[in-house]
Design a protein around this ligand. Structure first.
Ligand SMILES: [Fe+2]
Length: 288
């Protein structure tokens, strides 16, 4: 161990471990859809979800994830009303996204980008998205609490293009004490965040993580380079445990609400064709 967070130089490395590459590829290139089990979608109407906000929050609070089949997708105003049940809908401020945003907070997700693939337009392409929490690069305590997604037009079943989730509690429980210690003293992308990869809020451990592949990891740490590479390797193998991935069975009218601090999300590789989701990010001061 050596150095400290303030003065330590930023270390940059790609995790070259072949096992990591193999498990990441196996998860993200899978065309068959992952099952949503043990989470099951329930039938509901917008009226029901809005009429009893406490029950709606409670449903999400149980697993940090709830799926509802609505007869039709929510309208713009209804979708924002539902987001407001969970907290403050967050404005999309990234200037390159503005033609994809409705009422400041609804982001339209379609794979229609004609530009060369960049990190920025990746959500709007058919390229896979690696596992991450939303806002992992923000200062500690400022990432969105919830993500709401609804499907207007589903991708073709079993042709990839699926949102997949991985339980953070499950990951944290599986890591060795050594890896937990290292990641509790390591900050990824320290240029923009001060949150360690593993941190504690109250009596709960949390994970602040985005797999940057194919771009290298960048970090500052109280631990040496090899210690951090070892810990990130163990973390990645656990994150990409294929049997533990849960898939969202998109169909028109499916609404998914995710606790961003209890689930990592990713997207498998897609194929050209229709797919239209909408997303709202929410900040909640108090967690239900
Ligand atoms: Fe995301």
């Amino acid at each position: 161990m050596g150095g400290n967070h303030v003065t330590a130089a930023i270390v940059s490395a790609t995790i070259e471990d072949p096992t990591v590459r193999a498990v990441r590829t196996a998860v993200l290139e899978e065309m068959s859809w992952y099952p949503s089990r043990p989470v099951m979608a329930e039938n509901a109407t917008a009226g029901q979800l809005l009429a009893d906000p406490a029950a709606t929050r409670e449903r999400v609070g149980q697993r940090g994830l709830a799926l509802w089949h609505l007869p039709e997708p929510l309208g713009v105003a209804e979708f924002i009303d539902l987001a407001s049940v969970f907290g403050e809908p967050e404005a999309e401020t990234e200037s390159s996204l503005m033609d994809r945003v409705q009422r400041r907070v609804i982001l339209d997700l379609k794979p229609d980008s004609m530009e060369e693939l960049t990190e920025h337009n990746q959500p709007f392409t058919t390229a896979p998205l690696t596992f991450h929490i939303e806002g992992s690069r923000r200062p500690r305590g400022t990432s969105p609490t919830y993500l709401l997604f609804q499907c207007l037009e589903p991708p073709a079943r079993d042709r990839g293009n699926q949102t997949v989730l991985r339980s953070i509690d499950n990951i944290l429980a599986a890591l060795t004490a050594r890896t937990t210690a290292v990641l509790s003293e390591t900050v990824l992308t320290p240029q923009s965040t001060d949150a360690t990869v593993i941190y504690r809020t109250g009596d709960r451990l949390r994970l602040n993580f985005r797999d940057p592949a194919p771009i290298p990891f960048q970090w500052v740490s109280a631990y040496d380079r090899d210690d951090v590479i070892g810990a990130l390797t163990e973390l990645l193998v656990c994150v990409y445990a294929k049997d533990a991935a849960i898939g969202i069975p998109w169909r028109r009218g499916l609404l998914t609400i995710v606790d961003n601090h209890r689930w990592l999300h990713a997207r498998t590789r897609g194929q050209a064709g229709s797919r239209h989701l909408q997303r709202i990010r929410v900040r909640a001061e108090r967690r239900p």
